[in-house]
Design a protein around this ligand. Structure first.
Ligand SMILES: Nc1ncnc2c1ncn2[C@@H]1O[C@H](COP(=O)(O)OP(=O)(O)OP(=O)(O)O)[C@@H](O)[C@H]1O
Length: 217
């Protein structure tokens, strides 16, 4: 469950305040999936970064499964971030590692004593079973993003945050990737918040919100 209450966030430049988010409130039940739309510069990535504990909220409260992010110190935030799945537009795969190593790298770093029970099921569902020994540059854009999805879901996260994950893909591949991502999160009851510029891709989501002037329109 995600509860954002009266969240405000500003940037400051040259002594001036630039409000980005204004008294924003949002509530997502367990497993609910939200697509976040809005013009360029409307604050979508800023909101995602606050949910990820990467940016501090200015005012208001942000709680994830009743953990209040605004009250956490650096160590708690670092532990919180381990429970997230992050998916980026530019995939951010490590060029010198194979597909298999890319999927497992972060998990092994964060949970060295645990087994990634989901590995086989995820690579199968994402059609990556025959690509495990390939290097990232040998994959198509859609395949690279499917590696990004496998990596994000491997640690059974409580929340997946995706920032324009299909920004580099054509329409057909975008639909395939988002269909798979929403399906896998739904099967696992994982909350998903995805930033997108595509109205069409929002069909796969339970909820759609549009950011305008720092608030939901
Ligand atoms: N590091 C930063 N320092 C100062 N201002 C920033 C910084 N990052 C973002 N901003 C400003 O904050 C505002 C919101 O940016 P944000 O990246 O959240 O928008 P967005 O809706 O994700 O945009 P886009 O769709 O273009 O990615 C913009 O006006 C941007 O210029």
């Amino acid at each position: 469950m995600i509860a954002v209450d009266n969240l405000s966030f500003s940037r400051y430049q040259g002594g001036r305040e630039f409000p980005i988010l204004r008294e924003l409130s949002l509530s997502l039940s367990k497993g609910e999936q939200l697509a976040l739309l809005g013009d360029s510069g409307s604050g979508k990535t800023t909101l995602l970064h606050i949910l990820a504990g990467l940016l501090p909220a200015g005012k208001g409260s942000v709680s994830i499964d009743e953990l209040e992010l605004t009250e956490m110190g650096d160590t708690e935030l670092a532990l919180y971030r381990r429970q997230l799945g992050l998916i980026f537009q530019h995939y951010q795969l490590l060029d010198c590692l194979t597909v298999k190593q890319n999927i497992q790298f972060q998990f092994q770093l964060n949970f060295p004593k645990q087994t990634a029970h989901e590995f086989d099921a995820l690579v199968e569902a994402l059609g990556l079973a025959y690509k495990l020994d390939a290097m990232p540059h040998e994959l198509s854009g859609g395949e690279q993003q499917r590696v990004g999805i496998a990596r994000a879901l491997l640690n059974q996260p409580k929340l997946v945050l995706a920032d324009e994950p299909t920004g580099n893909l054509d329409q057909t591949r975008s639909h395939q990737v988002v269909q798979l991502l929403t399906k896998l999160c739904r099967e696992r009851n994982i909350n998903l918040v995805m930033v997108t510029h595509s109205q069409q891709l929002t069909d796969y989501f339970d909820r759609v919100e549009i950011l305008r002037d720092g608030q939901f329109a």
